[in-house]
Design a binder for this molecule. Structure first.
Ligand SMILES: [Zn+2]
Length: 138
C-alpha cells in the first residue's frame, strides 16, 4: 500500500444505520479509491463454511474476489469491514487482481457515512437497515 496516491482519511464511528460504520473525515471526489477490503484469502468452499457460522450471528464478512477466491474480513480485515450496506450507496467496489477497492460513487462530503451495495447471493435472512421501510434481505 506504500508508494501509491494518498488515500482519503476515514474513521470508524457509531452508525445510525447499524452498529459501527465508516465515515469520511474529508471530502472525497467521485471514483477515488478510498480503501481496500482486506481479509484472509480463502476458497469458496472454505468461505461457505465460515459464512454459515457468521450468518447465524447476523454478520457478513466474506467478500467474493473472483470465481476462485473470497476475502474473509473477520480474519485480517481492516476498517473497511465496518462499511455498512446500503441499497442506494455512495460507494462501489472494484476488483483489481486479488484486491477489492472501495471507491466513491459520487462526491462524498466530510462527515458522511460510507456505504456500498453488498450484492449478497446467500440465504437472504438479514433484514436490510439502510433506510426506514427498506424490505430487502441480505
Ligand atoms: Zn436497503
Amino acid at each position: 500500500m506504500s508508494g501509491g496516491p494518498r488515500l482519503p482519511r476515514i474513521a470508524r464511528r457509531r452508525s445510525k444505520l447499524h452498529g459501527w460504520g465508516v465515515f469520511a473525515l474529508e471530502p472525497i471526489n467521485k471514483n477515488k479509491r478510498i480503501i481496500d477490503y482486506a481479509g484472509e484469502l480463502v476458497d469458496h468452499k472454505e468461505s461457505l463454511e465460515r459464512e454459515t457460522a457468521y450468518l447465524a450471528r447476523g454478520e457478513i464478512w466474506c467478500f467474493t474476489v473472483n470465481s476462485r477466491w473470497v476475502r474473509d474480513a473477520n480474519v485480517g480485515g481492516n476498517v473497511a469491514r465496518f462499511i455498512n450496506h446500503a441499497c442506494r450507496p455512495n460507494c462501489y467496489s472494484e476488483t483489481a487482481g486479488r484486491t477489492i477497492w472501495i471507491r466513491a460513487a459520487r462526491r462524498i462530503e466530510a462527515g458522511e457515512e460510507l456505504t456500498y451495495d453488498y450484492y449478497t447471493d446467500g440465504e437472504r435472512i438479514i433484514p436490510c437497515r439502510c433506510r426506514p421501510g427498506c424490505t430487502r434481505k441480505l
